[in-house]
Design a protein around this ligand. Structure first.
Ligand SMILES: NC(=O)c1ccc[n+]([C@@H]2O[C@H](COP(=O)([O-])OP(=O)(O)OC[C@H]3O[C@@H](n4cnc5c(N)ncnc54)[C@H](O)[C@@H]3O)[C@@H](O)[C@H]2O)c1
Length: 461
């Protein structure tokens, strides 16, 4: 199928690359996708989405005629001027971003005057300048370079691509930046056209700020547990202040995912490398790590030693509507439970396949009710919609004990308690228990507003 829109190449077809490819195809471009993972390319050619992302499979199918998948760069080089790079930049042991996949792509791209490398991967500030020096050293100085960081969130990635809050394009003002701006123009999003280093920093600073907001409200939640306040009420009151806003202000058992932990660490490390100690981000990371472990303390408070206790985890993915298990809180939680000798069962609607590769020592159940069968305690780890709609009377009947820890403050405590379960959320010290008794962690009785039933947690990317 031919099109008047600029054809593009996308190198790396993971969460970002595939969504970017499907999005540009939807806007009318032919997209030449390249990935070194032959099995992934095979699945994509067969019309299968190798990741779970709502609406992705349908979008790939609808635009199948415009999407081309290969393990070779040749097609992208032949047909596209703009080569979007969306390879992984995972953390190294030092906390720096591992740029080896980015460098592999740079090394593979031949010299050409009318080609540009457009960086979608999240890279440290200064990477663009380094890569341009590498181009020069390799005799490829005519290649253009554009930083175009990606802000999509897994679970709503297509929507985020098609209706972005902003598009950031960092370049030296040449043809390539203009062409990228043109590609995104139909979306009508506010444009931030800036220099490469600033574009790179916009991405890192945005993720670091959102992570800071989450760690902040988690610390407020921990103080609420000591003082009898309800963090859901506190966040509601704070969030209505337009200067603060209600997003990323939901307390829970910590942020995870492939972006926040690594990007916060990478920015802290980047600052450290240039001689600046980023005190605030050091705390944000530490608070998050401790937050994941607080569930263990709550379980011990009610069950004593966890040895041979049966604990069911509802949800494993780092957030709902994704199968991504990278840095998920469930990884730390299940490992800690195993270390304490607990018998762990778990159910996740879509992340089991990914989880099996990363988690050992737990039993995977086929449904939420099967997971809670015989459990002494249940922990809501990921707020999938189906868990919010559970019949808690049936949960109570299936369990051996009665403790439910709502790690995402996503459930209606009244509904859980009416089913005969002992509810404990995060920072909900004053949420009333049946008969007017205070919640387990607090002293003051209060009524739970119905809107709390819909409280959602981490909206991390
Ligand atoms: N996942 C998100 O929500 C998100 C959001 C914004 C930005 N980002 C950033 O985007 C980048 C990609 O993230 P992701 O989650 O899509 O990663 P991913 O691991 O899902 O996908 C990366 C893909 O790149 C492929 N790849 C690796 N080396 C390659 C090479 N030399 N040539 C071709 N393909 C290669 C891998 O096989 C894989 O399919 C990262 O820098 C990440 O920080 C991610």
């Amino acid at each position: 199928m031919s099109t008047s829109r600029e054809p593009v190449g996308v190198i790396g077809t993971g969460y970002v690359g595939l969504v970017t490819a499907a999005g540009f195809a939807e806007l009318g471009s032919d997209v030449w996708c390249v990935d070194i993972d032959a099995a992934k390319v095979e699945r994509l050619r067969a019309g299968e989405a190798p990741i779970y992302e709502p609406g992705l499979e349908q979008l790939l199918e609808r635009n199948a005629g415009r999407l081309h998948f290969s393990t070779e760069l040749a097609g992208a080089l032949e047909h596209a001027r703009l080569l979007f790079v969306a390879v992984g930049t995972p953390p190294t042991h030092s906390g720096d971003a591992d740029l080896s996949a980015v460098h592999a792509v740079v090394d593979a791209i031949p010299a050409a005057e009318d080609r540009a490398l457009v960086m979608k991967s999240t890279v440290p500030c200064g990477t663009g300048a380094t890569l341009q020096r590498v181009f020069d050293e390799q005799g490829k100085g005519a290649l253009a370079y554009v930083s175009c960081p990606e802000f999509l969130k897994e679970g709503s990635a297509l929507e985020d691509f098609l209706e972005p809050d902003r598009v950031v394009v960092g370049d030296d003002g040449g043809w390539a930046g203009d062409a990228v701006v043109e590609l995104y123009a139909p979306l009508g999003a506010p444009l931030v056209r800036t220099d490469v280093a600033s574009a790179e920093m916009v991405k890192l600073a945005s993720n670091a700020f959102l992570a800071t907001k989450i760690s902040f409200i988690n610390e407020i939640a921990n103080v609420c547990e000591e003082t009898g306040a309800d963090v859901v009420e506190v966040a509601r009151g704070m969030g209505l202040d337009a200067r603060i806003g209600s997003k990323f202000l939901q307390a829970g058992i910590g942020f995870g995912g492939s972006c926040f932990p690594k990007d916060v660490d990478a920015l802290k490390q980047l600052a450290g490398n240039s001689g600046y100690h980023f005190q605030l981000l050091t705390s944000v990371i530490e608070v998050n790590e401790l937050q994941k472990r607080r569930v263990i303390g709550k379980l011990q408070k009610h069950l004593g030693s966890l040895a041979r206790k049966r604990v069911a985890l509802l949800g494993l993915a780092f957030k709902p509507e994704t199968d991504d298990m990278r840095e998920a809180s469930s990884l730390v939680l299940s490992a800690r439970l195993n270390a304490d000798g607990a018998i762990v069962s778990a159910y996740d609607p879509v992340a089991e396949e990914q989880a099996r590769r990363l988690v050992s020592g737990i039993t995977f159940a086929d449904s939420a009710l099967a997971a809670v069968e015989g459990a002494d305690a249940v922990v809501l780890v990921t707020e999938w919609k189906e868990f919010l709609e559970l019949d808690f009377s049936r949960v109570a009947e299936a369990m051996a004990g009665n403790l439910l820890i709502d790690g995402r403050n996503a459930l209606d405590p009244r509904r859980v308690r009416e089913a005969g379960l002992l509810y404990e959320g995060v920072g909900r010290g004053s949420v009333a228990a049946p008969g007017g008794a205070a919640g387990v962690a607090g002293a003051h009785a209060a009524t739970v507003a119905p809107e709390h039933a819909d409280a959602r947690t981490v909206e991390a990317t």
